[in-house]
Design a protein around this ligand. Sequence first.
Ligand SMILES: [Zn+2]
Ligand SMILES: [Zn+2]
Length: 373
Amino acid sequence: MLATQDVCPSNGAELGEELKRVLHERDLLDLQAAGLAAQFARTKEYDEQGYATAIDWMRFNCQLTSTGAADLIAVGENLHRLPESVQAICNGEIGFAHMKAMARTANAVGSKFDEAALLEKARENSPGKFYYICRHFRHAADRKGFESEQAELVENRKLSISTCEDGAVLVNGVLDPVGGAAFRTAIEPLARKSGAHDDRSLERRQADALVELSSGGGSQAQIQVTSSIETLLGLAGAAGADMEFSLPVSSTTVERLACDSSIARILLDAESTVIDVGRSKRVVSEPARRALTARDGHCRWPECERPASRSAAHHVVHWIHGGTTDLDNLILLCHRHHWMVHEGNWQIVRGDDGRMLTIPPTMTFGSFARGPD
Ligand SMILES: [Zn+2]
Ligand SMILES: [Zn+2]
């Protein structure tokens, strides 16, 4: 009975102890693997078997990622410089994860490496925190080397943008730590949930945030659209509109972009003349925008609090259909909710008590399901 309990712990405390024991054994095995990996890398066996590097051989023959293989080799190559750290792993004072950071640091700073000083920090800190401490140590020991490493990461910035057959745009890239931080600082506030009802995934919210950022955040992106008047009016049978850097877009998209005046100019396709609705009729003036901000404060969608600076001035009755830029005809909507009202076919109406109500799209397939106007 006791023996069975040893093998299969049943309560939380026992499970915790068992987990610690198993992971400690894994750390010891990782140490052993590191020693073997470094020795293997010194032979040319991988070359004879047709692999470019020992890391490649390990990727395919040991089912490792290249980082995992490189970590093992780095630790193995430095075992002779890290005798006290090896002992600390055997004693269970630090983990193999600490050892990886230690070995990478030893490789980076060479003769300036100080095992005793770092081991003391490793004992006191989690592997994640210790990794940061090692970065600081590298900077302190070899500022020039650290800087050139950072500069190299900047040189290695990459962003590829390609268009799929259906017009979807694939984005893939790598940023250096500082550039990445600037990017995240810009994206993350915009990618927050817009309320308890916001059920978009994190990836979707980040993508929405990138589009919002690229659209100028406010309303001043200089998008140029070429469209026929039939398309603008959303008439049945009208072609789509042409937009720079995009496949043809729908009339509701043009309508939304035109709604908050984020279109710089709308050209008619036939004669390429600028549509003259009268700029004052379609562009919300600065004083009107200020009054709107003061009245609404933030997006008026129920339970959405996206600030005015991140919202568009939505025309309840679109200027295409004769709506004015008077305050009565405007409400603030954040970019997501503005999209939902136009392309998403939601309706937003003012209830008798002055509160805004939303009506989900009805399930009709056609061009007449949309809009409050
Ligand atoms: Zn609108
Ligand atoms: Zn909103």
